[in-house]
Design a protein. Structure first.
Ligand code: HGY
Ligand code: MN
Ligand code: MN
Length: 419
């Protein structure tokens, strides 16, 4: 029986690792990770390096009006819908070297390997860098892939502001990455998309598996809460007279935790962002703005958590003489990935002899939005102690290799080798 075409090819693990380490030099953090936030000069530098590497690999570049980068390797059949791979190069302010980057550079390594071996595929292959996946500088997360998939309007995205009041659209223009392609113009011409990503959780490492076959993704609500009280002196204002927005936030933080704990084991809730005004040691906060991050793989649970907070938070505020406003600034429903693509991932892991297990993604990814417009699946590799969104994020070379090998073979199945 003829071996499956390309059965024995593998990526060049050393080259992939060196590329990861090279990219990690751009926008370094202070503790070994990265701070390459979207639309900063560091992001601009990272994009330029990725563009150079893609030019060296004979890929042609397309950029859309959200700055999404599409790097194409021609196929034997130029009219065939391409197979997309990729992820994001932007990082958290205290991010790791692999979150997103492994998916982009794993896609580039796939192309480099096919170039080395002179392998042609019937379908073109497109390696993508999605703008602002993290949503940390400009909320929400997966902003540009969300506009691409038709979830968000571009004008709304352009008006998103960072903590200094800078607009997304102005910053994209400032770094020179407003492309000429209308965003979303490609969305009806995608045969399949595969995103390689680190798990960002502890399951694969704990189970001793090299590969996560991602069947589903958690849904998410980001609720931005503004609690208003009255600035006053921390020393001379009697306790009964205080309108302490900070106390309101503290009680609402406890409520978020209680709500998530009520829906275990498949729900999470936390507050990762908070701004205290005037943020002075001897002033009772007159205003606090914070963002709640609720997630669950189950739609009813996700919506119940949001509803319970919206019902109980006003009572907390009222008891303390405070005002409260709640605005949803980020949302996507739980995701079920495409069965054929998931099968291609599982089959590739099996053929290659990598241990694997089905898994639900705890984190959100660009693939969650692309899944709305094209058959999509994800491949995950473990990360050490399940740690991510932390500069100490770490993976092994073997995990990076396994993930990129499975990406290569899943994509070859979809893109079809031309003998
Ligand atoms: O928030 C997320 O899940 C992703 O890491 N941006
Ligand atoms: Mn990511
Ligand atoms: Mn991330």
């Amino acid at each position: 029986m003829a071996a499956a075409p390309g059965k024995n090819i593998r990526i060049d693990a050393e080259r992939l690792w060196n590329s990861l380490m090279e990219m990690a030099k751009i926008g370094p953090g202070v503790a070994g990770g990265n701070n390459r936030q979207t639309l900063t000069d560091a992001d601009k530098e990272g994009r330029a390096l990725f563009r150079k590497w893609c030019a060296d690999a004979d890929l042609s570049m397309g950029v859309d009006t959200m700055g999404n980068m599409f790097m194409t390797r021609e196929g034997a059949d130029p009219d065939a819908k391409p197979v997309y791979v990729g992820s994001h190069l932007d990082t958290q302010p205290t991010g790791g070297k692999y979150d997103g980057v492994l998916g982009v550079l794993g896609g580039l390594e796939l192309v480099r390997t096919l170039n080395d071996l002179g392998i042609r595929t019937r379908r073109p292959i497109v390696v993508t860098n999605w703008t602002n996946e993290e949503g940390t500088r400009f909320a929400p997360a997966m902003l540009a892939s969300g506009v691409f998939a038709g979830t968000h309007e571009e004008a709304w995205a352009y008006d998103r502001k960072d903590a200094e009041g800078k607009r997304f659209g102005d910053e994209l223009k400032r770094i020179g990455w407003v492309g000429d392609e209308p965003v979303g113009a490609r969305k009806d011409a995608i045969h399949a998309m595969f995103e390689l990503h680190i798990e960002q959780g502890p399951i694969l490492e704990a189970e001793g598996r090299d590969i996560g076959v991602v069947t589903h993704g958690q849904g998410l609500w980001w609720l931005e809460v503004t609690v208003t009280g009255k600035d006053s002196h921390t020393g001379s204002t009697p306790m009964p007279m205080r309108k302490n927005a900070g106390l309101g936030m503290a009680r609402m933080t406890e409520l978020v935790h209680e709500i998530a704990m009520k829906h275990q084991p498949r729900a999470v809730g936390a507050i990762g962002h908070c701004d205290v005004y005037p943020n002075s040691r001897n002033v009772i906060p007159g205003k606090v703005v914070f963002t709640i991050d609720f997630r669950s793989p189950d739609q009813a649970t996700l919506d119940a958590m949001k509803a319970e907070f919206e019902e109980k938070a006003p009572k907390i505020a009222e008891d303390l003489g405070l005002g409260v406003e709640i605005e949803a600034v980020g949302h996507f429903d739980p995701v079920t990935f495409d069965e054929t693509c998931v099968k291609a991932v599982r089959g590739a892991a099996e053929r290659l002899g990598y241990s694997h297990m089905d898994i639900i993604s705890g984190a959100g990814h660009d693939a969650c939005w692309v899944n709305k417009v094209a058959p999509t699946a994800m491949i995950m590799c473990p990360c050490v102690d399940g740690l991510s969104h932390n500069e100490a994020e770490e993976i092994t070379r073997d995990w990076a290799k396994a993930g990129a090998d499975v990406l290569l073979h899943a994509v070859l199945e979809a893109a079809e080798i031309v003998e």
